[in-house]
Structures are given as C-alpha cells and as structure tokens.
Design a binder for this molecule. Structure first.
Ligand SMILES: NC(=O)c1ccc[n+]([C@@H]2O[C@H](COP(=O)([O-])OP(=O)(O)OC[C@H]3O[C@@H](n4cnc5c(N)ncnc54)[C@H](OP(=O)(O)O)[C@@H]3O)[C@@H](O)[C@H]2O)c1
Length: 330
C-alpha cells in the first residue's frame, strides 16, 4: 500500500484530501499539530503524524521512520496578525519541509503543494480576461506574495518531483468564511461591499481534492495548475443561490460603499501599526474587494488530468447549504 502524508489535515481542505486519499486506497497519514482538532478525522483507517515545523530536528527524526510515497503540503495560513507571519507559515515552512524531505525521503514520488490563485493576482489588467501560467505573477496581497515565494523556491529545485495547485475560492461543507454570508442571509441580511462588478472564480472542495489526488498519483511533475470550475460568477450569485436554497428573501439588503470600507481599513491599519496586529479589515482586503476579475486558465488541468468538475456554484452550494442545515450550522 502506498503511503501519503497530508499536512494541514485538520483544516477544511485537508480533511477532504484525507477522505479522497482513503477512497484511493492509500495508507493515509494525517499531518497535524498536537493542538489540532480531529473532529473531521474520525475514520479508523487514518494514521496520525505529528507536525512541529518549529522543531526541524525532531521532524527529521520522525520523517526518517516512515517512507512516504507522496506528500501533499496543504498546511498554510490565509489570515495572520502580522504580514511577516504569512512568510513564516506559508513560505519558510514549505521551504524547510521540502528541504528535509529531499534529504531523508529518497523515494518520494511527489510533493504536491497547495498554493493559491492569489499568488498570481487578478486578471484585471490582462486583455484576455483570465490569468495563465505564462503570465508574470502580480499578487496584490501579502498572502499571495508568500505563496508565490514558496512556488518560486520549488521551481528552483530541478530534481524535486513537485506539483503546484493554485485553487481559486474553495467552498463546501466545514468551510467557515463563505458560511458567514449564508448565516447572515439566513438571519435576513444580505450584505455586499462596493458596487464594482466582480467576476469571481470558485471550486467545490470535492472537485478540488479529486484533481489534487489525480495529479499527485500521476506521472506529472514540475508543473503548476490553476483550479476553478471554469465559470465566472458575479458576486450577486451568492445571494441568488442563498435565496433559492433557503427559500428566503433578505429583509435587509445593504451595500456598503467601498470608500467607507477603505476609510475604516485605513484607520484600522493605523491602530494596527501601533499594536503590531493586522486588523481583519485592512487595505489589502480593500484591494481584493476592488479587483474585478479572478478568472484563471484551467486548460492545462483539463489536458493533463481530464479535469471535468462535477459541481458548479449552484449545485455545490445547494449541497453545502444542505450540510449546514443537517449539521445545525443554519
Ligand atoms: N480555502 C480557500 O478558499 C483556499 C483557496 C486557495 C488556497 N487555499 C490553501 O489551501 C490550504 C488549506 O486551506 P484551508 O482553507 O483548508 O484552511 P484551514 O481550514 O485554516 O486549514 C489550515 C490547516 O493548516 C494547518 N496549519 C496552519 N499553520 C500550521 C503550522 N504552523 N504548522 C502545522 N499546521 C499548520 C492548520 O492546523 P490547525 O488545525 O492545527 O490550525 C490546518 O490544518 C492552505 O494552504 C490555503 O492557503 C485555500
């Protein structure tokens, strides 16, 4: 049985990666911290592998005890108190971990890195309307920069069998960010920020993990792929689907002008500089909110792995909302 280690297994995407790897008949090692939740890791077939990226000598010792065939490095942070933390947790950990694996896991067949479409930034200034591999990456936030820095380092490793996946917005059961929109909607409030029409890109978590496993188990290496379901969604679609799935019309529909959000973010950042903590609403978030187009090129994914997502935003969200209700989140 081939062995696979999946880091960040306790998180949203990681827990689905674990389930998909089990379905493929792999011996699965869920890479988690001592403090990580095992709520979504209850399958008896799961082995656990404690990850402490702060103690590389301990990590080296433990990596020497198991020969992994595949590693999916999915652990990462999408939010951080300080900009430097993005580089510590997304870039440095990836580099240190991949270096250790190159030293001690001599039979490793694949190192799959879960990056993000944020590493290339939006397609706003590209005449063609979507971002593709050969474009010059232009991340617009520190998160994207930190993912790009990890990608650049991997691409400099000429003999390392890496693959990079760059998902757009991932949604599905267990996810907590997009959920806040549906929670508010269910309570009668539909909130939007700004009036800039946006073309959003999404991927349902179940389609994402299938193609990540397809890639990991394939012969392909030293390539990178954007992942979306191939459609462009106006932000209002979330409200339309929520209304249909919850059979509700919002009592209050608010649209906060972007100028107001920018002012709040500027003040927040001023305080943030004094306290050393980045506020949740910051000027980088404003840049994201102002961007118009997050379309990506999925042709390489279709060519190399016959990628054909089973869900579009409506069918994926209907299933997700059903899960929210079943699990009493709504
Ligand atoms: N969600 C999206 O829309 C999206 C889009 C594009 C890319 N991604 C990427 O997908 C990956 C997973 O994201 P997610 O949405 O599933 O996030 P998540 O639910 O927050 O999960 C993050 C996982 O990473 C682990 N982790 C974070 N810092 C760690 C550290 N220092 N040492 C060990 N483990 C650490 C967390 O462990 P604990 O449980 O112990 O905290 C958790 O298991 C990330 O790399 C993210 O950048 C996500």
């Amino acid at each position: 049985m081939k062995k696979i280690l999946i880091t960040g297994a306790s998180g949203f995407v990681g827990s689905f990666l674990v389930e998909e790897a089990l379905k493929r008949g792999l011996e699965v090692y869920a890479g988690i911290r001592a403090t990580s939740s095992k709520k979504y890791l209850q399958d008896k077939r799961i082995n656990f592998f404690e990850l402490n990226f702060n103690d590389l000598s301990d990590l080296r010792d433990r990596l020497q005890q198991i020969n992994f065939d595949y590693v999916i490095h999915n652990a990462g942070v999408v939010k951080a108190n300080k900009k430097a933390d993005f580089f510590t947790y997304n870039t440095d950990i990836t580099v240190n971990f991949a270096q250790l694996l190159q030293e001690v896991q001599l039979d490793l067949k694949k190192f799959t890195y879960i990056s993000s479409a944020a590493s290339y930034g939006p397609a706003d200034n590209l005449g063609r309307g979507y971002v593709k591999e050969s474009d010059t990456p232009q991340p617009i936030d520190t998160y994207g920069e930190s993912k790009l820095a990890a990608e650049k380092w991997l691409k400099s490793q000429s003999n390392f069998p890496y693959l990079i996946f760059r998902p757009t917005g991932v949604y599905g059961p267990r996810e907590t960010e997009i959920f806040t929109f549906f929670k508010a909607f269910n309570q009668g409030l539909e909130g939007h920020i700004g009036r800039t029409p946006q073309k959003m890109a999404f991927i349902y978590v179940k389609d994402l993990v299938k193609v990540v496993l397809d890639g990991t188990l394939s012969d392909k290496a030293q390539s990178a792929y954007f992942v979306s379901d191939g459609n462009a969604y106006p932000t209002q679609d979330l409200g339309k689907i929520a209304a249909k799935a919850l059979n509700k019309k919002p009592l209050i529909k608010i649209n906060i002008p972007i100028g107001v959000v920018q002012l709040v973010a500027t003040i927040g950042e001023g305080f943030g500089r004094l306290s050393g903590k980045m506020p949740v609403l910051n000027l980088e978030k404003v840049k994201i909110l102002k961007s118009k187009n997050w379309q990506v090129d999925i042709a390489p994914l279709q060519n190399d792995f016959n990628f054909a997502p089973a869900f579009d935003l409506e069918s994926g969200l209907l299933e997700t909302i059903h899960w929210y209700k079943e699990n009493k989140w709504l």
